[in-house]
Design a protein around this ligand. Sequence first.
Ligand code: NAP
Ligand code: MG
Length: 494
Amino acid sequence: MAKVKNSAESVNGDRFKFEYAPAPEAIDMVKIKKENKLFINGKWVSGKSEKFFETINPANGEKLAELTEADAQDVDRAVKAARKAFNGEWSKISGKERGRYLFRIARIIQERSRELAVLETMDNGKPIKESRDFDVPQLAANFFYFAGWADKLEYLFNGKSVQPLGIAGQIIPWNFPLLMAAWKLAPALAAGNCVVLKPAETTSLTALLLTEIIEESGLPAGVVNVITGAGKTGAALVNHPDVDKIAFTGSTEVGKTIARSTVKSKKILTLELGGKSAHIVYEDAAIEQAVEAVVGGIYFNQGHVCCAGSRLLVEESIAPVFVHKLKHRMASLRVGDPLDKNTDIGAINSRSELDKIKKLVAAARNEGYEYFETAATALPEKGYFINPCFFNNVASSANICRREVFGPVLAIQTFRTPAEAIKKANDTAYGLAAGIWSEKGSKIHKTAAGLKAGVIWANTYNKFDPASPFGGYNESGWGREGGRHGLLSYVEVK
Ligand code: NAP
Ligand code: MG
C-alpha cells in the first residue's frame, strides 16, 4: 500500500500559512512548592522513608517540583487515619452536613479555577483551553452534583437503609488528573465514606492543590488522605487489609493485576480501564460535524482520553470525501505550547508515553498502511510533542486497530452495511464508548442496540455530565462511575 506523507501546505495551499501571535496564559498565580508532602489525618506530613521523586513540565522537560514517595508505612498511616475518621466524627455527621462540605469544596474550586487550570496544563501538558473549559468546570460540576445527593441517599431505596462502605482506596491516572479525582472523591464523600487517594506519579500537583482546597473547606481530619508515589504505593493501598473498596482508573494491565490481588479479599472493586472506541459514520451523516467530532475525539488532549474515538468506521460511499475533509481539518490543528490559548494539541505527558506512541506508529508504518500526518505548526524543539496522524484502510487484525495507543493516532476502516459496521466496531477486547453518525433516528437506535460499549453518543462525541454514568464492557472495566450508578458503588443497601 502507498505511504503518503503530506504537509499542511500541500493539503490546503496557502490557507494556513499565516502566523498567530503568541497568546500565553499567565502563570504567576500558581505557586508551586519545591518539596511536597503527604496529606494524612488533616496534616501535611513527611514520608517515613523521606524519599522524593520529580514531576516535570512535559512541554519543556523542566522540573516543576519534588513529591514524596509514600511507602507501605505511609499507606498504613493514611488508612488508619481514614478508619479513625470513619468510626469517629464523620459517622456522626448528617447527609445534609456532608453535602455542605462538598458544596463548599465546589465553590472554592470555582474561585481558584484559573490556578487549577494553569497548574493542570503545566504538569500534564494538556492545552489550557481544555483544562480551563473542560477539566476544571467538570471538576466543580461533579462536586456540585454529588453534594446534592448527600442528603437524599436515605430516600433511594424505600424502607431500606443506605450505608457507606467504609474506607475507599482510590487510584487515578495522569490523563485527567483533576477530573478523575472528582469522579472518585465526590461520590465517596457524598455517601459517607473516608478516602485514601493516590494520584498518578507524573501528575500529582493538581491533586495536592485540590487537597489544599479540601483542607480550606474545613473537612474533618482523616476523611480525605492523599498520598503521592509510584505503582508500589498504589499496590500497597490495594493490598492493605483495612480498605473496603478499591476504585481504580488506569490501564487494563494494572487493572487486571488489581483484580487478581483483591479477588480473595472482601474488597469491592471498580475498574475504569482502557478503550479502542469507534465512530460509525453513515453516508447520510452531517459530514462536517462528524469530521469535527472525529478530530476532537482523537486529536484533542493528545489522544490521552480513555474513550478517545481512536477508530473511524466510515461508510464506503463517502470515505474519500470524509478522509479529504479530515486531512483539511487536521492541517489547521496547532500543536505546541499547552499554555498558549490557540493550541489545539499540547504535550504528551511523559517521554515514556511519547516513545510508546512513536513505536506503535513506526510499527504500523512498517506494515505498509496508508499513513498521513500534518499540523498547522512545526513541532516545538523542546518537550514531548507529536503530530496528529491517521492510518487509512487498516485491517481489523492490525495492531494499530486493536491496541490502545493513547496518543493522537486514528485507525480508519470502511464498511458497506450497518451489520458490518457493528461487527467491526465490536471486534475489540474493549468496550468503552462509540459514536454513531446518521440523520436517521431508527438507524442510530438499531446500531446502538448492536454495540457493546458502555457509552454511546449519537451525532456528538465526548459529551460529559456528572449525572450520566460512565464505564465499559469487557477489558474496559467493571462497574460505573458518575450519576446515581457511580454513587451506588460506594454504598451498601441494608
Ligand atoms: P496505569 O499505569 O495503569 O496507572 C494508573 C494509576 O495506577 C497510577 O496512579 C499508577 O501509579 C497506579 N499504579 C501503577 N501500578 C500499580 C499497581 N501495581 N497497583 C496499584 N496501582 C498502580 O495507567 P496510566 O498509564 O496512568 O493511565 C492510562 C490508562 O488509563 C489508559 O489505558 C486509559 O485508557 C486508562 N483510563 C481509563 C479511564 C476510564 O474511565 N475508563 C479514564 C482515564 C484513563 P504511577 O503513576 O505511579 O505509575
Ligand atoms: Mg508532570
